[in-house]
Design a protein around this ligand. Structure first.
Ligand code: SAM
Ligand code: SF4
Length: 333
């Protein structure tokens, strides 16, 4: 295989070396910005099997993908994740496999995941107040999540990062508390602007919109933020706070368009290859794998062809109704 064959370059010259693979649409939480209270989940037969997830991962790594992030839904409510991660972590050519989780299962899975070769872990945490956490996730599970984070810190991952979606009037008064919580544990934190994915009725997204610049100002009233050139393969812009190990990231799909450097593809739990989070362009890889089982070359060619159609940029606009009706748990955040 020559180098060009083993690289995915899209029609705009962007090298694709990062995939986010959703392993389930199911979740034990119902975060207000992500899901409706009542959700209809996919029948199991429509979800990629563990074998299909393995085949897909192998195909992407053979095409030059260096990082795979497993997400969902809640990946750790699916059986077999430790084994899948162990297999993916051992693929030659892959730099790392990472996972995004709500933390609810980490009290039992943090150590097995670390032992399986998982290096980095993202844990979502929007509030340190039990009642508020219950309102935001619609589940009264803060104690479990904090316990899970303690287990993760003890398990010896290379890096752990908290992800906090910040919303005005909901949790913007906890920006500093969350930062202190991360700093006390020597872990990273990224603040995320809410994205207009899926029609939700719980709140008006425009009213709660809190820009990354506003979050930065809150932090800078108390601590210096030193710009850092570090990148982790994702869209975060990073800063450091003096004297602390914690990196502070901002994921700002609204206020800072990062499409021009987009290096990623997403695969939904149903095996749809999404070329852009904010658009509907998709290719049915599950259908292909089921029609032609074992034909990895055909799969790889379909991926190469699809990448040529990756759009130049997404279409999010704060004032508009969501153009994307999929819920975040379907796409894999
Ligand atoms: N269940 C796992 C979790 O919550 O970490 C993984 C999947 S979740 C969809 C991945 C990330 O997407 C979480 O950090 C979550 O906060 C974020 N997320 C979900 N819906 C979002 C939205 N509408 N805007 C911004 N971030 C969102
Ligand atoms: Fe579940 Fe994660 Fe969505 Fe919350 S953000 S409902 S934990 S998938």
């Amino acid at each position: 295989m020559n180098t060009t064959e083993s690289q995915l370059i899209d029609g705009f010259g962007r090298k694709i070396d990062y995939i986010r693979l959703s392993v389930t649409d199911r979740c034990d939480f119902r975060c207000v910005y992500c899901m409706a209270e009542e959700m209809q989940f996919l029948p199991r037969a429509k979800i990629l099997s563990l074998e299909e997830l393995t085949t897909l991962s192998e195909a992407f790594v053979e095409l030059g993908v260096k990082r795979i992030r497993l997400t969902g839904g809640e990946p750790l409510v699916r059986q077999g994740m430790v084994g899948l991660i162990e297999h993916i972590a051992a693929l030659p050519g892959l730099d790392e496999v990472t996972l995004t989780t709500n933390g609810s299962q980490l009290h039992r899975l943090a150590q097995p995941l670390a032992d399986a070769g998982l290096k980095r872990l993202n844990i979502s945490l929007d509030s340190l107040k039990a009642e508020r956490f219950a309102a935001l996730t619609r589940r009264d599970k803060l104690a479990d999540v904090l316990n899970g984070i303690d287990h993760a810190v003890a398990a010896g991952f290379e890096r752990i990062k908290l992800n906090a979606v910040i919303m005005k009037g909901r949790n913007d008064d906890e920006v500093l508390d969350l930062l202190h919580y991360a700093q006390d544990r020597g872990i990273d934190i990224s603040y995320i602007e809410e994205m207009p994915l899926g029609t939700i009725s719980e709140h008006d997204r425009k009213e709660v919109y809190c820009s990354s610049d506003e979050v930065r100002e809150i932090i800078q009233q108390q601590q210096d933020l030193l710009p850092s050139a570090e990148v982790t393969g994702g869209p975060s812009r990073y800063f450091r706070t003096p004297g602390r190990n914690t990196r502070v990231g901002f994921i700002s799909p609204h206020s800072h368009n990062f499409c021009s450097s987009c290096n990623r593809l997403r695969i939904t739990a149903e095996g749809q290859l999404l070329l852009c989070l904010g658009r509907e362009n998709a290719v049915d890889l599950r259908g292909l794998m089921r029609r032609y089982p074992g034909e990895k070359e055909r799969l790889k060619q379909a991926i190469r062809d699809a990448v040529q159609h990756k759009p130049e940029q997404h279409l999010f606009a704060q004032d508009d109704a969501p153009q994307v009706l999929r819920f975040m748990n379907m796409t894999g955040g």
